[in-house]
Design a protein around this ligand. Structure first.
Ligand SMILES: [Zn+2]
Length: 139
């Protein structure tokens, strides 16, 4: 049984899970990034990106879908790790917005080497755009 770490304590087990997938499952140019998420119930869900010039999803977005396919709809923490020993890679702008919209309370592991930090997703998006806040009220 895995215990969920306290907020803002870096979830090293999650980093290792993503690193293992990056090391063993990434192939060529199509799959170059792995991500792992800690579900609110403690489970870990992993995925890899599906690169395509039309806008294939990053590993973080694949994890959201993979989690839903397993009946997991609440993610607490996310981390992405690059293939070929590139270590932790921060989420791109598109993923930051998507992660915030799906999971406003999510924390994300960022930073390099031994300087990993686990930060709230909102801290990665200053002056955050929240879609629902900008919709006109329907009469
Ligand atoms: Zn991304």
């Amino acid at each position: 049984m895995t215990t969920r770490p306290a907020a803002h304590t870096v979830d090293h087990e999650l980093v290792q899970a993503a690193a293992e997938v990056a090391r063993t499952r990434c192939r060529g140019d199509n799959h170059t990034m792995a991500a792992a998420a800690r579900a609110s119930d403690g489970r870990i869900v992993t995925g890899v990106n599906a690169y395509h010039f039309t806008g294939g999803p990053c590993a973080e977005l694949v994890v959201i879908g993979a989690a839903a396919a397993q009946g997991v709809y609440e993610l607490a923490t996310m981390v992405a790790v690059g293939d070929r020993e590139r270590g932790v890679v921060p989420p791109c702008g598109r993923c930051r917005q998507a992660l915030l919209d799906y999971f406003p309370g999510l924390t994300v592991i960022v930073g390099a080497g031994g300087r990993l930090r686990q930060v709230p997703i909102a801290e990665l998006l200053p002056e955050t755009y929240v879609w629902a806040d900008h919709q006109l009220d329907e009469a």
